[in-house]
Design a protein around this ligand. Sequence first.
Ligand code: ARG
Length: 455
Amino acid sequence: MWKGRFQQEQSDFLKSYGESVSIDWRLYRQDIRGSIAHARALVGAGVLTGDEFPQIETGLLEIEKEIAEGVFEFSRDLEDVHMNIESALTKRIGAAGAKLHTARSRNDQVALDLRMYLRDAAKEIVTGIRGLQRELAGFAGRHEGAILPGYTHLQRAQPVFLAHHLLAYVEMLDRDAGRVADCAQRMDAMPLGSGAIAGSTIVLDREAVAKELGFSRVTTNSMDAVADRDFACELLAALAILGMHISRLSEDVILWASAEFGFIELSDRHTTGSSLMPQKKNPDIAELARGKTGRLYGNLVSLLTTMKGLPLTYNRDMQEDKGPVFDSIDTVLATLEVFAEMMSAAVFREDRALAAAGDPLLLATDLADRLVEGGVPFREAHEIVGRLVAEAQKCGTPLHRLDGAHFLGASPVLTPDVIEKTFELRAAMEARKAVGAPSPENVARELARWKSVLL
Ligand code: ARG
């Protein structure tokens, strides 16, 4: 493609070191769409004749079909997907193919292809996120009344509805979908026409190209357009955060699936056994999802590091952008799908969760609240209940079974009637009425809201 300037053949080492087609062949559809739009603009500028355009279009569509069918032969000698396609086209149709690269550089071409690819990927990822949200909300809905202990510091804290717990993840995933959709909007600017760095003396109708390719606007600085990979960094950042969320969900599922918790039973289809220990049933999907989050972080750091020292504009370093981006997209799409399937087949053990949530210590704060209602300052109430907890532990009795005299000795507010009401789990849940808190009415309303949002 640049033979005029060179007298020697390229080193075989450089060919294999520098090729990117083994990775960027995935951009072929975008490359071909972009080339057809570019060719149409070249007709408008009088560079291509009206009958050269159909030759180019037909040739490119043929190549697209061959690649899709797996019969196209990519050559590493031709470095990347762009040169492979252009060279195949020129071989087929001759002169017209050799005109296609007028007023275009691979610098603006690759920027275009990657933006188009990521724009489509972003849509698919949002669909995947919605799928997992729907599965979690569905799971919550199937166990609407289920109560389990909520934890802080992984110590039992206060009782919560399972639905409240799972809807917390639905909220996180919603922010993830928002971040992905948001960066898709920012990448919606068409860079073709920026050339290698400073546009071209052959002026094309960039707006028409943008329209044909489904972009809502064109980039407005040719140097920025070829040097920018923010859109890829942003997507990688959004996917890293999404990975962090799925990893935390994984951790909850892994804990719940242990004998110690026993809150969830994963299906045989979504667990593995041990080659040595016959009793084992391992939550590998959740572990892998947690583990693969490492590569999502790594891919983000990889691209940020690649970009940080680059002077304007395009530098060959930037070829290293595609591996991380493709890997994060593949990882996230697969994770979302397999996780949703795993959740759809899992069974929640309401009895086990309720037994754990029935621990009266989870309502120690409620007891302090009763003292506050009786006029005791909260700090004092906290101390009084703390002493009662210690006493119960010393006697080996559950907190609510302490002798009535103990309670009355601590405060006249704590009559047997108050004690009985305070430790009634259902009533305790009903009392948590503030917006965002898990009263049954609130949780039911949130479940209904998410169901309608996620239709
Ligand atoms: N394979 C290159 C990449 O992925 C295409 C752009 C090459 N541009 C250049 N001036 N060598 O970044």
